[in-house]
Design a protein around this ligand. Structure first.
Ligand code: RP5
Length: 163
């Protein structure tokens, strides 16, 4: 399919410090993505245009990160049949707990696969998106296996005082 398989969207430039970890994980797996700033409240028309055309553009999975007023993943999921993985960005006021609850607590009918707050969530959203694509891509499946093998090998058997 033409285009980028994965879209990474975020509500603000300030989210990139977190969402770049999703991008770097996709880079490590050799998966192409398009990263865009799409704010549900500051650029609602951009959100509508993006979400409504995402499938036709060739995207297969959407990773959506948001902090304050974190309705971006849910709004996106409402307007596309593609799987949406939400990353709660750590907000200044409530340490991301507001983002987490807003993203995770979707009423039945419109799902958002919600990850952990911050960097862990961004990395895992990328790994989950990769696992979805790997179901129909044996080469990517091998690269994902390699990534996990290297991670296992990087874990020391015993703790060290040097870190
Ligand atoms: C949300 O509000 C964004 O997702 C961001 O996490 C938060 C703060 O945005 P800025 O004020 O830093 O642009 O829209």
């Amino acid at each position: 399919m033409a285009g980028f398989p994965i879209a990474i969207i975020m509500g603000s430039q300030s989210d990139w410090a977190t969402m770049r970890h999703a991008a770097e994980t996709l880079d490590a797996l050799g998966i192409a993505y398009d990263a865009r700033i799409v704010s549900a409240h500051r650029t609602p028309d951009r959100l509508y245009d993006f979400a409504r055309s995402a499938k036709a553009e060739g995207f297969q999975v959407i990773i959506a990160g948001a902090g304050g007023a974190a309705h971006l993943p849910g709004m996106t999921a409402a307007m596309t049949p593609l799987p949406v993985f939400g990353v709660p960005v750590e907000s200044k006021a409530l340490s991301g707990q507001d983002s987490l609850l807003s993203i995770v607590q979707m009423p039945a009918g419109i799902p958002v696969g919600t990850l952990a707050i911050g960097r862990a969530g961004a990395v895992n959203a990328a790994l989950l998106a990769a696992a979805v694509l790997a179901l129909h891509d044996p080469e990517l499946s091998r690269r994902l296996d390699d990534w996990r093998r290297r991670q296992s090998e990087s874990v020391a058997e015993r703790p060290s005082n040097e870190s």
